[in-house]
Write a protein that binds this ligand. Structure first.
Ligand SMILES: Cc1cc2nc3c(=O)[nH]c(=O)nc-3n(C[C@H](O)[C@H](O)[C@H](O)COP(=O)(O)O)c2cc1C
Length: 325
C-alpha cells in the first residue's frame, strides 16, 4: 500500500485528520513523531484570511519542522478561497509553505453550513466544480478535497461530488463515511467510500471510525482506499499510526508503557504552552491529558484534578504522581 498525491508520496497513506481545536502544531508534531505521514491543520476560514485576521494566519502558519503539512481551508467563494491560497503561500518570516491545500466540504456545524460552507457544498455540485477549478488554476500545490458521503440519507452523492472534484483537478479526495445529518457518532458507511474508490481515478482516502489497527485494516480491505485518515482515534493515542504501520508491514507492535506515553504527552503540552502561553496552553492541555490517561488505573481522580489545573507546574505534579502511584 502506497499512495501518491500529485508530488507527495506516502508509504502507507496514513494521514492525520484536520480537527478544529485539536490538531494544533503540538498535536501535529506528536502524531508526526509517531508515524503520521501527512498531517492537516485545523480548518482555516478563507474569508477571515481575506480580512487579514491574525489568528487565522496563525492557524495556517507552519513552523520549519512541519514539511509534511497540508493547510485546510473552508469557504464557498472561489475567488476568496483562491486569494486565501495565495496569501498562505506567501513567504512569511519563521514559517514554511504548506505541502498542499485541502478544502473542507464536510464540516457539519450549523454556523458553517448556514453560510453555504463545509458540508452545505455537497448540495451544490456546480459550486464544487467552480471551487476546485479555481484553486487548480491558482496553485501547482497538491490539492485535495474532504467530503462527507452526502447531506442526509436521502441524498447520498459522494460519487457525484468526487467525480466533479476529480474532473476539475483535485489530486485526491478524502471521504468521511457519514452524512452531514449523522454528524460523528453513527456507524460509518464503508460501502459508500468503496463506491467512490470505484468511481474515480484519483487517490481516495477513507475516513471515519478508525480507532484500532483492526478498524484500519477493515477500511483498507473493504473500500480498497489508497490511504486512511485518522481523527479521534489518535486523541491520547498518537501511537495508533505506528501500530497500523506495523500491522501493514506484518510486524509485532507493543504500545509503550503509560510513563513513556505521559512523558511524551508532556512534551506536547510544553509545546502548546510555548505556542499559546501558559493560560491557554494549560486549559487546552487538560482535555488532551485526560485522553492520554483514559482507561488506565487512577484515571478518574487524576482527571478530576486536571480539570482544576491552572499551571504547567500543576500538570507536571499530576503527571508525576500518576506515574509514581
Ligand atoms: C473536534 C473535531 C474537530 C474537527 N474539525 C474538523 C476540521 O477542522 N475540518 C475537517 O475537515 N474535519 C474536521 N473534523 C472531522 C474529522 O476530520 C473527521 O472527518 C471525523 O472526526 C471522522 O473521523 P474519526 O472518526 O477518525 O474521528 C473534526 C472532528 C472533530 C471530532
Amino acid at each position: 500500500m502506497s499512495v501518491s498525491i500529485r508530488t507527495v508520496n506516502l508509504k502507507h497513506g496514513l494521514i492525520l485528520a484536520p480537527m478544529a481545536g485539536v490538531t494544533d502544531r503540538a498535536y501535529r508534531n506528536i502524531c508526526r513523531r509517531h508515524g503520521a505521514e501527512l498531517v492537516v491543520t485545523e480548518m482555516v476560514s478563507a474569508k477571515a484570511l481575506h480580512y487579514n485576521d491574525a489568528s487565522s494566519f496563525e492557524l495556517a502558519s507552519l513552523h520549519p519542522n512541519e514539511e509534511n503539512s497540508f493547510v485546510q481551508l473552508f469557504g464557498h467563494e472561489p475567488e476568496i478561497l483562491s486569494e486565501a491560497v495565495l496569501k498562505i503561500c506567501k513567504d512569511r518570516e519563521g514559517t514554511i509553505q504548506p505541502l498542499g491545500i485541502d478544502v473542507n466540504m464536510g464540516c457539519p456545524m450549523k454556523k458553517i453550513v448556514n453560510n453555504g460552507e463545509g458540508s452545505a457544498l455537497l448540495k451544490d455540485h456546480k459550486l464544487v466544480g467552480h471551487i476546485v477549478r479555481k484553486l487548480r488554476d491558482t496553485t501547482e500545490l497538491p490539492l485535495t478535497v474532504k467530503i462527507r458521503i452526502g447531506w442526509d440519507s436521502s441524498s447520498i452523492n459522494a460519487v457525484e461530488v468526487a467525480r466533479i472534484a476529480a474532473e476539475n483537478g483535485a489530486d485526491a479526495i478524502t471521504v468521511h463515511g457519514r452524512t452531514r445529518e449523522q454528524m460523528y457518532c453513527t456507524e460509518v458507511n464503508i460501502d459508500a467510500i468503496a463506491a467512490v474508490k470505484e468511481a474515480v481515478d484519483i487517490p481516495v482516502i477513507g475516513n471515519g471510525g478508525i480507532f484500532t489497527a483492526d478498524d484500519a485494516m477493515i477500511m483498507f480491505d473493504r473500500t480498497k482506499c489508497d490511504g486512511i485518515m485518522l481523527g479521534r482515534g489518535t486523541m491520547g493515542n498518537p501511537w495508533l499510526f505506528e501500530e497500523i504501520s506495523a500491522r501493514i508491514e506484518g510486524k509485532q507492535y507493543v504500545l509503550p508503557d503509560i510513563d513513556v506515553r505521559l512523558n511524551e504527552a508532556m512534551t506536547q503540552v510544553e509545546e502548546m504552552v510555548s505556542d499559546k502561553g501558559e493560560h491557554t496552553g494549560v486549559l487546552e492541555a487538560r482535555r488532551h491529558l485526560s485522553y492520554y490517561i483514559k482507561n488506565t488505573k487512577g484515571a478518574s481522580s487524576a482527571r478530576h484534578r486536571l480539570n482544576f489545573a491552572n499551571s504547567l507546574e500543576e500538570l507536571y505534579c499530576i503527571g508525576n504522581e500518576f506515574i509514581n502511584r
